[in-house]
Write a protein that binds this ligand. Structure first.
Ligand SMILES: *Cc1c(COP(=O)(O)O)cnc(C)c1O
Length: 392
């Protein structure tokens, strides 16, 4: 029966995927418009951070997401770091963060000298579980005028980073209600969820500050790149300041009023991003079509379940995910190995952050859902091009 499961998963994938091999987990979609924009950028001479391309890219992101202020950065990790600094995260603060995430989310907290405090996932969204978090805080934190304190460590718990896993929106309304109750600032790691909305609002614009990534494997890529989204002008100004070496306006003189960072996006990457953003509606349509095909292909398979977000149409379906039943969790390596042998680049979930040696001492709530999911998740090739729709 279990040997059957492995081969029926491979067969289902073969049925809907193109014949060419190997298929990577996620590849960028690039065409003539990307070439044209980058060419224009080179001919203009403005290839570094000055010049019109970065401004245009920031405006385009603002228009698309509805964020009032956008700061383009060299990557999503730097965006997260600067966003956390901008909201006032300091050494020895604790920041609640999913254990089920890419390591960059936790790293950005550590860069501030703060301590990641790991929270469990909700099986319906794969994001932060608001009810479990609220119960946990009730048991383990004390409330104060300026927010909660971790009873065990005595450290302030200042913020909660929400991550929209594989592009699927977390339950922001319920999460915000818990955060408000505890006076915790919500930061959104929307690195994977460009194009995803929660109740009509773009992910990354629902918390106090949010970030996007335009890494090579994301839905829209600038080679490397990221962005900070905020409605609060003061916060956005502070983030921009930190990303531009904290240089103050002093005419021709070089004056810096803080230890800043060289985190601004170069123009040449912004030019690529402008072309990519123009393509986003088509990329999203392809992603939705591919997810629907996977859902259909796996519908008849016993022993595993294709993950469907609660609101299918509002996710960007960045990565498609098959979740093995508990009873078949021990077959995860067999499934990944069989797909790999067939040239189908499937990957497991990240090792949960709390299971990494670098975070052995980090505070955490009980993490049964993350631990269970991490043993059962199979991420499948998800390049937009695999839907077979015209894109370039
Ligand atoms: C990709 C990613 C990041 C980091 O983005 P980079 O641009 O690669 O630095 C952060 N968080 C999550 C969840 C990601 O998937």
């Amino acid at each position: 029966m279990t040997a059957d499961l492995v081969s029926s998963i491979v067969t289902a994938c073969r049925r809907i995927l193109p014949a060419r091999r190997p298929l990577a987990l996620h590849e960028p979609t690039l065409g003539e418009e990307e070439r044209r924009q980058v060419d224009e950028c080179i001919r203009s001479g403005w290839i570094s951070t000055a010049g019109p391309f970065v401004d245009r890219f920031e405006s385009a992101i603002g228009e698309y997401t509805g964020a009032r202020h956008v700061v383009a950065t060299v990557n999503g990790t730097s965006a997260l770091h600067a966003a956390l600094l901008a909201i006032g995260i300091e050494a020895d603060d604790e920041v609640l963060v999913p254990s089920l995430t890419f390591v960059a989310t936790a790293n950005a907290i550590s860069y501030c000298g703060a301590v990641p405090h790991f929270v469990d996932a909700c099986p319906q969204t794969l994001g932060v579980d608001p009810a479990a978090l609220n119960d946990y805080l009730s048991d383990s934190a004390t409330t104060g005028e300026s927010g909660p304190t971790n009873r065990a460590t005595g450290r302030r718990i200042k913020a909660l980073v929400v991550m929209h896993t594989f592009g699927h929106p977390a339950d922001m309304e319920a999460i915000q209600a818990v955060a408000d109750r505890w006076r915790i600032v919500v930061v959104e790691d929307a690195a994977e969820s460009l194009g995803s909305k929660y109740r009509g609002r773009h992910t990354g614009t629902l918390g106090r500050i949010g970030v996007l990534s335009f890494n090579g494997n994301k839905i829209v890529s600038t080679g490397g790149g990221g962005a900070i989204l905020a409605d609060d002008e003061r916060l956005a100004r502070q983030a921009r300041h930190l990303c531009t070496t904290a240089r103050v306006d002093a005419g021709l003189r070089f004056v810096h009023d803080a230890i800043g960072y060289n985190y601004r996006l170069p123009s040449i990457n912004a030019a690529l991003g402008l072309a990519q953003l123009g393509r986003l509606p088509a990329l999203l349509a392809a992603k939705r079509a591919l997810a629907a095909r996977y859902a259909d292909a796996f519908a008849g398979i016993a022993g595993a379940c294709f993950f469907r977000p609660t609101d299918f149409d509002e996710s960007n379906h960045w990565l498609n995910t098959l979740i093995l039943d508990e009873a078949h969790a021990e077959r995860l390596d067999d499934v990944l190995g069989a797909l790999e042998s067939d040239g189908i680049g499937a990957r497991p979930a990240w090792t949960p952050m709390h299971q990494l040696a670098i975070h052995a001492q980090a505070p955490r709530m009980p993490l049964p859902v993350v631990e269970s999911l991490a043993r059962r998740i199979v991420n499948l090739p998800s390049s937009p091009e695999l839907a077979g729709l015209p894109l370039v």
